[in-house]
Design a binder for this molecule. Sequence first.
Ligand SMILES: [Zn+2]
Ligand SMILES: [Zn+2]
Length: 145
Amino acid sequence: MARKQDIESIAQTRETLAKAGLRSTAARTAVLQWLQKSKAPATHAEISVDLVPLGFDKATVFRNLNDLAEAGLVSRTELGDHAWRFELRDADHEHGGQHPHFVCVRCGQVTCLRELDLPKSTLKQLSQVGSVTEILVRGHCLTCS
Ligand SMILES: [Zn+2]
Ligand SMILES: [Zn+2]
């Protein structure tokens, strides 16, 4: 099942926020729309580069990212480099709305592996070890290999 990649209209974004119990402020709407356009998880710094020139300060962007994460619209992942990355949750994903990620050990580029689905038996085995927060695949990207 393909994930909906279309960018929502402002009205749709406001509705998404309302459903999650959040007020749609200008900053929150801008942050959510930025994430809808993004193809990979992004750091607060990367998102701020685009949003600060629009008049939102870094602290506001950060606060809104965390509000969206707490409301369950956005996921926060840490991919081993001590930086939080934010991305939209997959609405159509059964296990916690998350997919695995590929990280290049040389340049740090992160790619979403949306099509990589673990077999039910593997998920069951993982649930016996604990609760999985992140599935990482590491290697060299095409540019670096
Ligand atoms: Zn690379
Ligand atoms: Zn992803």
